[in-house]
Structure formats: structure tokens, C-alpha cells
Design a protein around this ligand. Structure first.
Ligand code: ATP
Ligand code: IP8
Length: 264
């Protein structure tokens, strides 16, 4: 099984609100279709919230402690975020369907719950059933009911990590808008040095976090999820989905520039 995460940075413009990068989306959809046709492996797609989900999640501080008198406003925020990520999901699924990929959207908010912002209850049976019927399940970073903080945000990276761990995925590719992990944010630092492989939290402890619109920890949050996965012997790679053909190659197991996350 292959799990592909399409990062919010690549399909949306995270510096403005609700803006889809249509040409990237189309190109990525055609790369996925090409590899889907050339492979007998099952495929699951997870996407990020990008400029649809992060700004309202930040505005309403979803996941932060609050007083009961503010619960109505929090619930409105929860509803707004869910509605935004659903819109993005619908745009992505539309493009994937147009390219001939039999996708089925499975919103985490409709069946996942969390305990202190970590996925607690996630029934994978429906995903398995769709896979066995030849569908491509599409999940995404979403809001969920939490038994500790009441409402929480779970990143697409956390969703990916959970699925990969329990369904024993053998290839995990995360496409974003940079070629993996650098010593500094490569978009703002010319002297950023690329890191080919991350094996432990020590390797990334000096990293600054990403842009302030990302409520799920940006690149650092992503690498932490992937290191958790590496503890189960499952390695993953972060690649630059802006590079034409990179997603198609990575999905087919070919070597692509990026950062591998694995334990030694
Ligand atoms: P989303 O979480 O919305 O799905 P994504 O998966 O595409 O988005 P981000 O969380 O936005 O990924 O992380 C990628 C961004 O992290 C890049 O655009 C890059 O500018 C930024 N970044 C910050 N610090 C670093 C770093 N040290 N190495 C690599 N990228 C970094
Ligand atoms: O974009 C965040 O998921 P991510 C989910 O994968 C929300 O980090 C709702 C902001």
C-alpha cells in the first residue's frame, strides 16, 4: 500500500486565504493517475488544510483551552474550519475524478475522535473495504471531537501516521513545496542546507517552525509524526511536489530528491 500526502503548501497559497493552486493540482492529479495506472498497489491520499483550514483554526484557537461560556463561539469556529476543509477536499476530489481516479472522500471529523489532540478512536474498516473494492480513499487534516480539550485539530500528517501504522503501508510519500527538511526555512534563508535523512528528534531540534498560519506545527510537526512512524520500522520521504514528475516517480518507488525519515 502507498500513502500519499499532498501538502497544503503545494495545492493552496498559504499566504492568502482560500486560494487553490489550480495548475499544481491538475499536474499532481495527472501524475497520480499515471502511477495509479502503472501500479497494482493500493493507494490512500491524505491532504493538508492549507489556506482553507489553518486561518480559521488559528482565528478560533481550536485546540486551545477555553471557558465554557465561550463554547458556542468555539463550536462556530469548529463548524467553520470543517466547512473550509470540506470545500478544499471537494475541489481536490473533483480534479482527481476528472483525471479518472476513483476517489472516495472520508472526512476525519465524521468518524475520528481524539484524546488530548492525539487520535484515539479511528475505525479503519471502512477504509479497508473501499481499498478492497479498488477505490482511493481521500482523507485530510480536520477538526475532531476531543475527550480532553473538547474540540481539536488533527493534521493530515497525524492521520497519515495513524493509517500507515495500522494498515502497514510500505511506501509513504509526502509532497510539499520544498525538497524536504533543511537546517533553516529554505524559502527565507539562502544559506539553508538540505538534510538528506532524519533519524531522531536530535537531528531537528535546532529547526525554526514554519509560517505562523500553520496551527499543526509546520515542517517540525510533520517530522515528529514521521519519526513516530519510524519507531514502528516504517520509513517515509518528504519531497518537493513542485518538481515536475517527482510525485509520479516517488509513487513508483524511484529515487527523488528529498528527505528520508527513518530510524537507524
Ligand atoms: P499542510 O500542513 O497545510 O498540509 P504542508 O504539508 O505542505 O502543509 P507545511 O506544514 O506548510 O507543509 O511545511 C512546509 C513548509 O515548511 C515549507 O513551505 C517551508 O517554507 C517551511 N519550512 C520552515 N522551516 C523549514 C525547514 N527547516 N525545512 C524545510 N521547510 C521548512
Ligand atoms: O494542513 C491541519 O492539517 P494539516 C488541519 O495537514 C486543519 O496540518 C483543520 C487546520
Amino acid at each position: 500500500m502507498i500513502i500519499l500526502k499532498i501538502g497544503g503548501s503545494i495545492i493552496t497559497n498559504k499566504d492568502s486565504q482560500r486560494e487553490v493552486d489550480t495548475s499544481s493540482l491538475k499536474r499532481i492529479a495527472s501524475e497520480i493517475k499515471r502511477s495509479f495506472d502503472n501500479s497494482s498497489k493500493e493507494l490512500i491520499i491524505v491532504h493538508g488544510a492549507g489556506s482553507f483550514g489553518h486561518p480559521p483554526a488559528k482565528k478560533y484557537q481550536i485546540g486551545q483551552p477555553f471557558e465554557m461560556k465561550d463554547y458556542l463561539e468555539k463550536r462556530i469556529g469548529f463548524a467553520e474550519v470543517q466547512n473550509e476543509v470540506k470545500k478544499l477536499n471537494s475541489i481536490i476530489c473533483e480534479s482527481l475524478i476528472e483525471h479518472g481516479i476513483p476517489v472516495i472522500a472520508i472526512p476525519p471529523s465524521s468518524f475520528i475522535t481524539s484524546h488530548n489532540k492525539r487520535i484515539y478512536d479511528f475505525d479503519l474498516n471502512l477504509i479497508k473495504t473501499y481499498l478492497s473494492e479498488g477505490f482511493v480513499p481521500v482523507l485530510f487534516g480536520d477538526v475532531v471531537i476531543d475527550d480532553e480539550v473538547k474540540i481539536a485539530v488533527i493534521s493530515g500528517d497525524q492521520v497519515l501516521q495513524y493509517i500507515a501504522k495500522f494498515l502497514k503501508s510500505d511506501r509513504i510519500v509526502l509532497g510539499t513545496d520544498v525538497a524536504g527538511v533543511y537546517t533553516k526555512n529554505p524559502k527565507t534563508h539562502d544559506d539553508a542546507v538540505h538534510i538528506d535523512e532524519v533519524n531522531s528528534i536530535e537531528d531537528i531540534k535546532f529547526l525554526e517552525s514554519t509560517t505562523n498560519v500553520d496551527v499543526t506545527g509546520g515542517m517540525v510537526g510533520k517530522v515528529k509524526e514521521l519519526l513516530d512512524l519510524a519507531d514502528y520500522g516504517i520509513s517515509s520521504e518528504i519531497i518537493n511536489a513542485n518538481e515536475e514528475g517527482a510525485i509520479a516517480k516517488a509513487l513508483q518507488g524511484m529515487k527523488v530528491n528529498g528527505t528520508k525519515i527513518c530510524r537507524k
